[in-house]
Design a protein around this ligand. Structure first.
Ligand SMILES: NC(=O)c1ccc[n+]([C@@H]2O[C@H](COP(=O)([O-])OP(=O)(O)OC[C@H]3O[C@@H](n4cnc5c(N)ncnc54)[C@H](OP(=O)(O)O)[C@@H]3O)[C@@H](O)[C@H]2O)c1
Length: 334
């Protein structure tokens, strides 16, 4: 087995097309508690620390500030655009073909980057909500997943690839059931899939399904998103950094639980994209690439502790009459 801390393998992974991608990235979802300038300053700190993959999205509202920070930081470090891997996402209100193309071009303009290394369709449906929506708010235009609608959106993203504006295509917040219907119908298959992945929510089925098809998983909320907004929390949610197995392995290794969560991600093979505005955390999270990966025994212990606890449930994307967020994930018909 290849050790992830082999010099040849530790800092990047190879996608199906042969493209190299950093093995860890930096998240930028400031939500309602990190201002755009603060998020951009954190991106600059991350690039100075050595991160080369930045996970952005149109809906985060901060791509212009992040673009300005990148424009300032690259020359300071003597880096070229091509040394960064920049990802963005098309939001749910921009799924119509012309809107997909506008969204991609706007993200490129805002990030000041000529092309996106990867672009994702953020969620597989057109349902969106007003900022600061409450979990029980329902947009009357929202409706269940419609395959033909998604295929139309995807085809528009493919044209952005054809035009050289997006190098790799990605899907996000998918299920095996949806992929089974989508993959046979599309011209360009995704090379990346962004999904919630942390020790309390390991999604082994979707993870393996993607990997078997040459689709690289990118793990969001790798630390269990401890500062996500109150409206996205429920009493059943597991605190990843407090999980007994994570705390035990952290104590045995003399490291912080966050380090164990990220080592788990790197050892397993997904690309984690932790967010931080704390320079010490930014540095510590990147440093996992140079650490000894978790042993098979440690990986087994963490696999056994999977709580199947989805934290980013997506309630605000439900349609009128729907009350159980599991329907978004094809787990119930109601
Ligand atoms: N595709 C999607 O639908 C989707 C959904 C959600 C998220 N994402 C992406 O995934 C990224 C990461 O997810 P996330 O931001 O929700 O959560 P996360 O990365 O799991 O957690 C971020 C939180 O962890 C804290 N933290 C970071 N490093 C730490 C360390 N070493 N020790 C202790 N605490 C630490 C941060 O606080 P400090 O600032 O104090 O360090 C921050 O509050 C997002 O930013 C976004 O880019 C994508």
């Amino acid at each position: 087995m290849t050790k992830v801390n082999d010099p040849a393998h530790s800092h990047s992974r190879t996608l199906r097309s042969g493209t190299r991608i950093p093995a860890i990235g930096f998240g930028t979802f400031g939500s309602d508690h990190i201002g755009h300038d603060d998020m951009a300053a954190a991106v600059a700190t991350a690039i100075r620390a050595g991160y080369r993959l930045i996970d952005c999205a149109a809906v985060y509202g901060n791509e212009r500030e992040i673009g300005a920070a990148i424009a300032r930081t690259l020359p300071e470090l003597g880096l070229a655009r091509g040394e960064l891997y920049l990802m963005s996402k098309v939001w749910n209100d921009a799924h119509a073909p012309a809107a997909v193309q506008r969204s991609v071009r706007q993200s490129i303009t805002d990030l000041g980057c000529k092309y996106l290394d990867a672009c994702f369709i953020h969620w597989p449906f057109r349902n969106y909500h007003a900022p600061f929506a409450r979990p029980d708010d329902r947009n009357p235009d929202s409706h269940p997943f419609i395959l033909e609608e998604f295929l139309e959106t995807w085809a528009a993203l493919e044209t952005m690839h054809d035009a050289g504006l997006v190098r790799q295509l990605g899907m996000s917040n998918m299920t095996v059931a949806k992929l089974e219907r989508i993959l046979p119908r599309i011209r360009i298959r995704p090379e990346l899939i962004e999904m919630e992945l942390h020790p309390a929510f390991q999604q082994p089925g979707l993870f393996e399904y993607a990997r078997e098809r040459g689709i690289q998983p990118v793990g969001y909320a790798p630390l269990g998103s401890p500062s996500r907004p109150e409206r996205d929390t429920t009493p059943e949610d597991v605190n990843v950094l407090e999980m007994p197995v994570i705390r035990a392995i952290a104590a045995e290794r003399g490291v912080h639980p966050a380090t164990v969560a990220l080592l788990w991600a790197i050892t397993r093979g997904q690309i984690p994209i932790p967010l931080s505005t704390n320079p010490a955390h930014i540095q510590a999270n990147l440093a996992v690439l140079d650490m000894e990966p978790l042993s098979a025994a440690e990986m087994h212990r963490i696999a056994a502790a999977d709580a199947n606890c989805r934290l980013i449930k997506g309630q605000v994307f439900l349609w009128p009459g729907a009350s159980d967020w599991r329907v978004l994930w094809d787990q119930t018909d109601s």
